[in-house]
Design a protein around this ligand. Structure first.
Ligand code: ACO
Ligand code: KIV
Ligand code: MG
Length: 524
């Protein structure tokens, strides 16, 4: 199994993301987590860029012992001196110098000839080697460099003492086959290639950063560079978590391994997202919030029967407790049953079916159903399961000039449909006046309470009412995604309960005592 050295540049190339600026404490916190993750090299900054970058690189070099710490420098003595100032405290000082090699960069940016680039690269590596035992040379924009010239530069810098040579696809231009072919070419054609590690560094402009990095590994790269969550300049760098999980899950294919502890990946991703403010999209591979969430019934059924039907990565591998079966409108009975059992309800087939119908009705209106919603639904269905009750069929409320009008259709205990309308000074009063007319009972509302059952704007509403009718006191409860729907259902529920009361058993003079008894009776 080939060993792959993992080079993390979240704190250098990652921090080059537009809008990201980490302070010393934040950088240190990320560096400590990268150490826990077990990356081999942490690129802590670009010391010549600013006094702050120098100070944080130095602090990280001083603090981190479980990984090698490096910093970036241009092919310039001033930059290398600044890097030495920051990194001389490290256990094994390591420098990363770069110089562009592509015709575009030579001509327009550096204004240097090929010979001048080779000479500058060699001079730089030699100078760096007077301080640093480990020197990495990066041929910036190697991806767009003439192969023969790249071979010449790489051979020269290894001769000058470079211990790592990096072949960046700086602008994310190459296809995996092309990038892999460069590594194969250099392995075959650079005579001293065995004296240095060969490194891959990819950007995601065309969406191939991870694929390109893996293609490089397939073709001989022994070091891979990237950032957590793939943050970085423009479209970002290769996402390290994706590369690491690929190497683990498809070890059979790559025949290569890294020493990183994958169960630290989720935590590292969350830390980087929160400190950089660059949130991870939910569908992002490995660390997205939905990466281990199954919503559709067929998938949930498969996962419940055998996890690997739809899950190639176990959540525990990346440090999560478990996968998630999200209950929503695409879910099926298997997942609903499993969740209800988890919540302590063992439902008969009939009860499950009844609940499932209500579940689907609610799921059409609500994005995701939480445990509270399910408990509410199961209670709601068991309250009305014995038939012989009024049921709400249709509700319309309008409110104009301080007058509310409710139009309601009820299904009566004998199965008939009846419709009525009435007004009130508010919507709930209009609803209750209408229902009262329909059931032909003079009902006094003694109490009305409303609360939200779950989280979010689309949470279910639960309404409790306490009512009295000819000396009887009863309560009712209604749950609905709409507060007026819940209010109607609670009132109808209280009427259904009153209708079922048997006078000798339930008639209690003390109304408080009766009410408590009734509530317990209803909800136990
Ligand atoms: C692919 C990459 O990610 S490379 C790293 C990119 N990261 C950064 O640039 C972040 C930190 N950078 C900075 O803070 C600043 O650019 C500094 C402090 C390094 C330099 O600032 P300035 O001196 O004002 O130069 P400026 O950034 O405007 O221009 C870059 C100069 O470096 C030169 N240069 C670029 N790359 C290299 C190199 N590898 N070696 C030597 N010189 C280089 C450019 O040709 C240009 O030189 P010129 O002034 O002679 O035209
Ligand atoms: C400095 C180099 C390695 C770089 O970040 C790039 O070329 O993308
Ligand atoms: Mg880069």
């Amino acid at each position: 199994m080939r060993k792959i050295t993992v080079f993390d540049t979240t704190l250098r190339d990652g921090e080059q993301s537009a809008g990201v600026n980490l302070n010393l404490q934040e950088k240190l916190e990320i560096a400590r987590q990268l150490e826990r993750l077990g990356v081999d090299i942490i690129e802590a900054g670009f010391p010549a860029a600013s006094p702050g970058d120098l100070a944080s690189t130095k602090e990280i070099a001083q603090t981190i012992k479980g990984a090698s710490v490096t910093g970036l420098a241009r092919a310039s003595k001033k930059d290398i001196d600044a890097a030495w100032e920051a990194l001389k405290v490290a256990a094994e000082p390591r420098l990363h110098v770069f110089l562009a090699t592509s015709p575009i960069h030579r001509q327009h940016k550096l204004k240097m000839s090929k010979d001048e680039v080779v000479a500058k690269a060699v001079e730089t590596v030699r100078y760096a080697k007077t301080f640093f035992p480990q020197v990495q040379f990066s041929a910036e924009d190697a991806g767009r460099t003439e192969l023969e010239f790249l071979r010449e530069v790489i051979t020269a810098v290894i001769d000058a003492g470079a211990t790592v040579v990096n072949i960046p696809d700086t602008v994310g231009y190459l296809m995996p086959e092309e990038y892999g072919a460069i590594f194969k070419y250099l392995k075959d054609e650079v005579p001293n290639i065995d004296k240095a590690l060969l490194s891959a560094h990819c950007h995601d402009d065309l969406g191939f950063a991870v694929a390109n990095s893996l293609a490089a590994i397939q073709n001989g790269a022994t070091q891979v560079e990237g950032t957590i969550n793939g943050i970085g300049e423009r479209a970002g760098n290769a996402a390290l978590e994706e590369i690491l999980v690929n190497l683990n899950i498809r070890q059979d294919f790559y025949q290569a391994e890294a020493r990183a502890k994958l169960d630290q990946l989720s935590r590292t991703s969350r830390l980087v997202a929160s400190l950089t403010g660059m949130q991870v999209p939910p569908n992002k591979a490995v660390v997205g919030a939905n990466a281990f969430a199954h919503e559709s019934g067929i998938h949930q059924d498969g996962v419940l029967k055998e996890r690997t039907t739809y899950e190639i990565i176990s959540p525990q591998l990346v440090g999560l407790d478990s996968n998630q079966l999200v209950l929503g409108k695409h879910s099926g009975r298997h997942a609903l049953k499993e969740r209800m059992e988890f919540l302590g309800y063992s439902l008969s087939e009939e009860q499950l079916q009844d609940l499932f119908i209500k579940f689907k009705e609610l799921a059409d209106k609500k994005k995701e159903l939480h445990d509270d919603d399910l408990v509410a639904l199961v209670h709601d269905s068991t309250l009305t399961e014995d038939g012989d009750v009024f049921k709400l069929d249709y509700l319309h409320v309008s409110y104009m000039n301080s007058i509310a009008t409710a139009t309601i259709r009820l299904e009566t205990p004998s199965g008939l449909q009846t419709e009525e309308a009435a007004i009130g000074s508010g919507s709930v009063e209009a609803i209750y006046n209408t229902i009262e007319k329909m059931v032909q009972m003079r009902i006094h509302l003694l109490d009305y309470k409303i609360r939200s059952l779950s989280k979010g704007r689309d949470a279910l509403a639960e309404v409790y009412v306490k009512v009295s009718y000819e000396g009887f006191v009863g309560t009712g409860r209604g749950i609905d995604h709409d507060v007026l729907g819940a209010s109607s259902k609670a009132f109808i529920d209280s009427i259904n309960r009153l209708r079922k009361m048997k006078k000798p058993k339930h008639f209690i003079e003390d109304q408080e005592e009766y009410s408590t008894h009734c509530v317990q009776d209803s909800f136990n």
